[in-house]
Design a protein around this ligand. Structure first.
Ligand code: HEC
Length: 503
C-alpha cells in the first residue's frame, strides 16, 4: 500500500512528458516520407497508410529506419542539396523509436493529419504520349538475369523535344532497370524481326541515328529535365527499351509502359554526361581478385570549359561498396558532388541537384569506385568469392559515376565533348598498355610473336575478334582499320606502335 502511494507521488512529481502518439508524432513522418511508395500500385510491397498498417510493423519500421535502410537514400549529405532528399533526421528516427517504446499508442484521432495528395498512376501527370511494349515478355522463375531489347514504334510525324520519360514497370518483381534510347536506323526493328521471341538480344550500333534518352532503375523517381533542357527526338524514330530482368522465383510476364512528356520549346543548348571512368569502367581493366576487400578504380577529368551541372548518378553491381565524385575548383576548394559509402545494387537513383552547380573551367572531377569481393560482404553473390571481371551480367562488375551538365553561357558544347572523347581514348590506351605489360612480363617474347603463337588458334596469321586476348579487346575496333573483324600483321604492328608497347 505504502509503495503504491510512493510511486504515484513520484510520477506526479515528474515533469509531464508528452506521450509520443501515432496521430500527433508518427503519422506526419510516415505519411510524408514513406507512404509515397508504401501504397497500392507503387514500389513497396505493403501499405503504410493508417494506424493499423504502421502498428503491425512498428518493430521492423524502427529497425529499418535506425539502420537507414528505409527510406531508401544512399547519398551522404554532400556540398549541395538534392531534389526529393528522403533522409530522415536523427530526431525523426528517435521519435519512431520512442513511440515503439511507449507501446505504439494511437493517440487522439482528431490530431491525425490528412494524407498527402498522392498522384495515382503517372507521377508527372498525364503524359503527352503513352506507349507500351508491343508484346509481354516471359521471365522464367529462375536462372540468369535477362538483358533484352524491345522496339516500341512511336510514329512521330515530326521532330520533338522531350522533357521527361516516365517508366511504369509492368511486373515490378522482375524489372530491375531499363535504359531508353531512340533508333532512326531501323536496326532495332530488324533485330526484333530476326528473333523468334519478343524483343532481341543486343543492339551493337552506336552513334549516328541512335541516341540515349536516360533510364529508370528500381526506386527511381521520374523527373523533368530542369530549366529549358530537353532531349531531341527525331521524327519517325523508334523508342528502344534495354531491359534488365531479374528472375523472382515465380514465372512472370512483363509488359511495361512508358509515358513521354514533350515541350514545344527547343533548349538553348544540349547537355552532356561526363562519365568517370568512361564506359562504366569497361576500359579500366576491372579485374577483382577473390577475397579483395577494397579493389579501387579512380579516374580524373579536368573541365575544358565552365559548365553548369544538374544531376549525378552512380552505377555498380553487387560488389560495389563506395562510390564517390568530387570537384576540385581552380582555387583548390573541394566539393563533394556524390558520396555513396554503402552502395546498394537494389537502389539506383539519379540524384538531381536542387539548383544548377557552376563549375569553372579548370575544375578537376575525381571519381572513385571501390568494390568489396570478400566473403564478409553480405551482398557478394558468390560464396566463397571468385575472381570477378568487367562484364554486363549481374555477377560481373562495372562501376562509374556520371555528372550531367550543360556548357555555361558563352561556352562551346563541342569543346567539352571533344575533350571527353580524348580522355576516353587515353583511358583505353593506358589500360591496354598496363595489361599488355603484365602479359609481356611473363616471358621475353616480342608481343606480336607471342600474340600470334598463343592466340591465333585457327592459324590464319591474324587475330580474329574471338581470339583477341582480354587486354587487346578495348583497342580492337580502333586497331581494325579495314573493318574485317581481324587484325593482320600490319594492323598489329600499327597498334603496337600507337600504344608504345615494348618491341
Ligand atoms: C522510394 C520508395 C520507398 C520509400 C520512400 C520507403 N520505402 Fe520502405 N520499401 C520500399 C520497397 C520497394 C521495399 C521492398 C524492399 C525489398 O523487397 O528489398 C520496402 C520495404 C520496407 C520494409 C520491409 C523491410 C524488410 O526488411 O522486410 C519496411 C519495414 C519499410 N519499407 C519501411 C519504410 C518506412 C518506415 C519508410 C519511411 C520512413 C519507407 N519504408 C519508405 C520502398 C520505399
Amino acid at each position: 500500500m505504502k509503495k503504491a502511494i510512493l510511486i504515484t507521488t513520484l510520477l506526479a512529481a515528474l515533469p509531464l512528458r508528452a506521450e509520443v502518439t501515432f496521430t500527433k508524432d508518427v503519422a506526419p513522418i510516415i505519411f510524408n516520407h514513406c507512404a509515397g511508395c508504401h501504397r497500392p500500385g507503387e514500389a513497396a510491397p505493403f501499405a503504410l497508410l493508417n494506424y493499423n498498417d504502421v502498428r503491425k510493423r512498428a518493430r521492423l519500421i524502427v529497425r529499418v529506419t535506425e539502420d537507414r535502410v528505409m527510406p531508401p537514400w544512399h547519398a551522404e549529405k554532400g556540398s549541395f542539396v538534392f531534389h526529393g532528399d528522403r533522409r530522415l533526421t536523427v530526431k525523426q528516427i528517435d521519435t519512431l523509436a520512442q513511440w515503439l517504446k511507449a507501446g505504439a499508442p494511437e493517440g487522439d484521432p482528431a490530431k491525425l493529419p490528412a494524407l498527402p495528395k498522392f498522384t495515382a498512376g503517372w507521377q508527372l501527370g498525364k503524359p503527352d504520349l503513352i506507349v507500351k511494349m508491343t508484346e509481354s515478355f516471359p521471365v522464367p522463375a529462375e536462372g540468369r538475369d535477362i538483358y533484352r531489347g524491345f522496339v516500341v514504334p512511336l510514329n512521330l510525324p515530326k521532330d520533338k523535344w522531350l522533357k521527361a520519360i516516365e517508366f511504369r514497370p509492368g511486373t515490378r518483381s522482375v524489372v530491375h532497370h531499363c535504359l531508353f534510347s531512340y533508333d532512326t536506323t531501323g536496326e532495332a526493328r530488324r533485330l526484333d524481326r530476326a528473333d523468334r521471341q519478343p524483343g532481341f538480344r543486343r543492339m551493337r550500333r552506336q552513334g549516328r541515328g541512335v541516341g540515349s534518352l536516360g533510364g529508370w532503375a528500381v526506386g527511381g523517381q521520374p523527373r523533368e529535365l530542369p530549366d529549358d533542357l530537353a532531349w531531341h527526338l527525331p521524327k519517325a524514330s523508334d523508342l528502344v527499351l534495354s531491359m534488365h530482368y531479374h528472375p523472382s522465383g515465380k514465372p512472370e510476364r512483363d509488359q511495361s509502359s512508358i509515358g513521354l512528356y514533350f515541350t514545344d520549346q527547343p533548349p538553348r543548348t544540349a547537355f552532356a554526361g561526363v562519365q568517370l571512368p568512361p564506359a562504366f569502367g569497361a576500359l579500366s581493366g576491372v579485374d577483382i581478385p577473390a577475397g579483395n576487400k577494397a579493389y579501387k578504380v579512380t579516374d580524373s577529368f579536368t573541365l575544358p570549359i565552365a559548365v553548369e551541372a544538374f544531376a549525378i548518378s552512380a552505377h555498380a553491381h553487387y560488389l560495389g561498396k563506395h562510390l564517390q565524385m568530387t570537384a576540385t575548383l581552380p582555387t583548390g576548394k573541394q566539393l563533394n558532388l556524390l558520396d555513396i559509402p554503402d552502395w546498394d545494387f537494389s537502389w539506383q537513383e539519379q540524384y538531381q541537384f536542387k539548383d544548377f552547380i557552376k563549375l569553372p573551367k579548370g575544375t578537376r572531377l575525381d571519381s572513385m569506385v571501390v568494390w568489396d569481393n570478400s566473403a564478409a560482404n553480405p551482398n557478394n553473390p558468390t560464396v566463397p568469392p571468385v575472381r570477378v571481371r568487367w562484364g554486363v551480367e549481374s555477377e560481373d562488375e562495372m562501376g562509374s559515376l556520371t555528372l550531367l551538365c550543360r556548357p555555361a553561357s558563352g561556352e562551346r558544347y563541342a569543346t567539352l565533348t571533344t575533350a571527353y572523347a580524348r580522355h576516353l581514348a587515353e583511358v583505353r590506351t593506358r589500360t591496354t598498355r598496363e595489361m599488355a605489360a603484365r602479359v609481356q612480363g611473363a616471358n621475353g617474347d616480342s608481343i606480336l610473336d607471342a600474340l600470334l603463337r598463343r592466340n591465333d588458334r585457327n592459324r590464319n596469321g591474324k587475330i580474329d575478334l574471338s581470339e583477341a586476348p582480354r587486354w587487346l579487346k578495348p583497342s580492337f575496333d580502333r586497331a581494325d582499320t579495314n573493318n574485317d573483324n581481324a587484325l593482320d600483321a600490319a594492323e598489329l604492328r600499327a597498334t603496337r606502335d600507337r600504344l608504345k608497347l615494348n618491341r
